[in-house]
Design a protein around this ligand. Structure first.
Ligand code: KIV
Length: 265
């Protein structure tokens, strides 16, 4: 590993914006690592984009450990952050530390991410004390989708915005090395960002965060339907894969593939 949590903090100190992408397997991690993406997040979006669930809630600790280990084998430079899935840290502090430890020991991750504000600050402090770097996550916290009533922009009214600002300060005081801000108005993200020494990493949080994160399948055009407003598709791999698969099937059917070039003499 060459990028450390200290480097991530230093990006902000030097005013350098940085990218984070989600990764779930060896080959994609290797490609993103080669492309110089400094932080790879083994997000619990795994449940939706890789495992086909309709929310992140079914994801287990074993799922994240398994995929994190693959990502860690593929990434030689990037910092690998493993997401703590739903109910892996909410029930008890001891269980949370044990599960976070598994992310590092078995999953090869260098840090963990967890969702929530004031309610998780004690836990963040304990993890940091135990030598486990923590990335926070505020705004739209998808593990609370049932409480939030859907995947909606958060912090729109003054009270909610104030709550997010206070939660961000509390997380920084507890020791997070960075903070994901998901689906909040740009003005609020700017206020949080300027108020913290640690970097913010936005997703649907406007241009003024210190870093930006996108989900692998979204930014490469691998997901169906219209993506959320904040997603920019940097490639159309979904179409490319469908076209390649059709061409392969046609060539098998008409005998074009394999030819002598692909056959042993
Ligand atoms: O699980 C995930 O991929 C995430 C990102 C969207 C930040 O939490």
């Amino acid at each position: 590993m060459s990028i450390t949590v200290r480097d991530v903090r230093a990006f902000k100190e030097r005013g350098e914006r940085f990218a984070m992408l989600t990764a779930y397997d060896f080959h994609s991690a290797r490609l993103l690592d080669r492309a110089g993406i400094p932080v790879l997040l083994v997000g619990d979006t795994l449940g939706m984009v890789v495992l086909g669930h309709d929310s992140t809630l079914p994801v287990t600790v074993d799922d994240i450990v398994h995929h994190s280990a693959a990502v860690a084998r593929g990434a030689t430079e990037a910092l690998v952050v493993a997401d703590m899935p739903f109910m892996s840290y909410q029930a008890s502090g001891d269980e949370a530390i044990h599960n976070a430890g598994r992310m590092l020991k078995e999953g090869g991750a260098h840090a963990v991410k967890l969702e929530g504000g004031a309610r998780v600050t004690d836990l963040v402090g304990r993890m940091v004390q135990a030598g486990i770097p923590v990335m926070g996550h505020l705004g739209l916290t998808p593990q609370s989708v049932n409480q939030l009533g859907g995947y909606k922009v958060q912090g729109r009214d003054e009270e909610a915005a104030h709550g997010i600002i206070e939660d961000a300060k509390a997380l920084e005081a507890a020791g997070v090395f960075s903070l994901v801000l998901e689906a909040v108005p740009s003005d609020l993200a700017r206020e949080v960002t300027t108020g913290l020494a640690v970097p913010t990493i936005g997703i649907g949080a406007g241009p003024e965060c210190d870093g930006q994160v996108l989900v692998f399948h979204d930014f490469l055009g691998l997901t169906d339907g219209r993506p959320p407003k904040f997603v920019k598709r940097y490639a159309d791999l979904g179409d490319a894969i469908e076209t390649a698969a059709r061409t392969f099937a046609d060539e098998v059917a008409d005998g074009t593939y394999p030819n002598a070039d692909h056959s042993y003499g």
